[in-house]
Design a protein around this ligand. Sequence first.
Ligand SMILES: Cc1cc2nc3c(=O)[nH]c(=O)nc-3n(C[C@H](O)[C@H](O)[C@H](O)COP(=O)(O)O)c2cc1C
Length: 242
Amino acid sequence: MDLLGHITTRQSIRKYDDKDVDDLLRKHILEFAAQTERLRPELGITVEIADAGRMRTMGGGRAPYALSLFSDEGSCRLVNAGFIGQQLDLYLASRGLGACWLAGAKPTGAERDGHDFVIALGFGWPRGKLQRAPEAIRRKPLAAISAGSDPRIEYARLAPSARNMQNWFFEAAPSGDAIHVFRRQMGAVMERLWARLNYIDCGIAMCHLWLASRALDLPFRFRVLFGPAAPAREGYEYICTV
Ligand SMILES: Cc1cc2nc3c(=O)[nH]c(=O)nc-3n(C[C@H](O)[C@H](O)[C@H](O)COP(=O)(O)O)c2cc1C
């Protein structure tokens, strides 16, 4: 399935037709969710589809349906959830469905199978255009979010992020076979409000790095380096290396 091709044409959809997503398509979505790639395979994940009526929403964003992601506790759980959810965002686009990440939506009951709710992805049949011309994508230039050169970083650059903050940084290792991922740190108030979502954003961007790695036949090995081996960057928190 060509998920990579949807990176340059996807956009957040916020207006939907009043048309059902039938049971078979919902089953396909959940089957796809069950076989998504994971950064942390040891973390149990539950994905469910809820009608909008079963979601409580705060702030912007409504959709007829929502995919809710629940996860085990554990290191990199937010990054892992973003990585999985972005595969779903692109899969929904491949099925002609519109989608939008929803930071303010919560399902009834915060837990499934012992896994805590992390984030929701609203979806439904789009009212209006599903796709966007690549030149209409609003993102920071490569120079502002990366150092070194690696063709995969362009795909990460195009990733969606909460409020389009793009609080990430990608450093291509001089060896050419690894990319270090960082998160830009903010003042204390902003950190309290946004850090959680920014970890999810990093996972979303890493999904794009993974898809590009597959397409370009480059290695993608997720790891978190510790101690003297951990890369550092002033004003940024090191997240992982792939
Ligand atoms: C983790 C996350 C949470 C988001 N939450 C919301 C939301 O609550 N409401 C909304 O309208 N858009 C939300 N968005 C969508 C972003 O605003 C959108 O992805 C960004 O502005 C880039 O636009 P694009 O997706 O059309 O490329 C969210 C995106 C992410 C990644």
